[in-house]
Design a protein around this ligand. Structure first.
Ligand code: ADP
Ligand code: MG
Length: 210
């Protein structure tokens, strides 16, 4: 099976549904370490993406990611808006003019993570969404083009969950949670959790088609 960009409406809906389902839980995480608006920000962005999703599904991957990124940048508030917007625009730029196969997807995902790091002046181990995304990017580099889709998706979910869980023991050094210093230790980062939830929901939607 090939994952094609006309599946985007369904994938966006899956991301939106999981954030609705886990709204209270993730809001609590952002209340503990931040200001409690993370899910509002993410769901606001996803709401716009759902509205645009029919249109987005008609574009090729590169144009779809660029459009999604622009929407996230302009419509989502908070730190996460510009970070996630930057991520998708960078994916679109990296994939422009290419036929998106699993290897090209992994390259674009890695380029997007690098762009997010630069935008947030952040890296692994700082207790942010990057602690979900960096291990996922590495996993995709190692497995795309080698591992069959069912095993790839299973490993992808496992990697995202491990990354999210790794933030619990971290001391936050970026974003609002860094204001808490040592007191940030012992709690999962809201952005790491929301990112993991959306990645897992997307993987499950594709798995359901296999
Ligand atoms: P804000 O912090 O402005 O209220 P959100 O609540 O929407 O924005 O998003 C907070 C999340 O953004 C954090 O949980 C963290 O994962 C992520 N984040 C914050 N700052 C950075 C950064 N510099 N680099 C990467 N991710 C970050
Ligand atoms: Mg917040």
């Amino acid at each position: 099976m090939q994952v094609t960009s006309d599946m985007l409406a369904e994938l966006i809906k899956a991301a939106s549904d999981t954030m609705a389902e886990h709204d209270a839980e993730v809001t609590e995480l952002d209340k503990t370490l931040g200001d409690g608006d993370h899910v509002i920000n993410i769901r606001r962005g996803l709401g716009f993406l759902v509205e645009q999703s029919e249109e987005i599904s008609q574009l090729d991957w590169a144009d779809a990611w660029k459009k999604m990124g622009m929407t996230c940048m302009s419509k989502i508030g908070g730190a996460s808006g510009s970070l996630i917007g930057t991520f998708f625009v960078a994916m679109g730029k990296d994939a422009a003019g290419k036929t998106v196969d699993p290897v090209v997807f992994a390259q674009a995902f890695n380029a997007a993570v690098e762009a997010m790091k630069a935008r947030g002046k952040s890296d692994a181990g700082e207790k942010t969404m990057l602690d979900t995304l960096i291990p996922v990017a590495n996993y995709l580099t190692e497995n795309c083009g080698k591992t069959e889709l069912p095993a790839l998706l299973a490993g992808l979910k496992e990697t995202a969950i491990k990354g999210m869980e790794s933030t619990k023991v971290m001391h936050a050094t970026r974003g609002r949670s860094s204001f808490l210093g040592e007191r940030s230790v012992g709690h999962i980062d809201a952005g790491a959790r929301s990112t993991q939830l959306m990645i897992c929901a997307i993987a499950e939607t594709i798995e359901a088609k296999l």
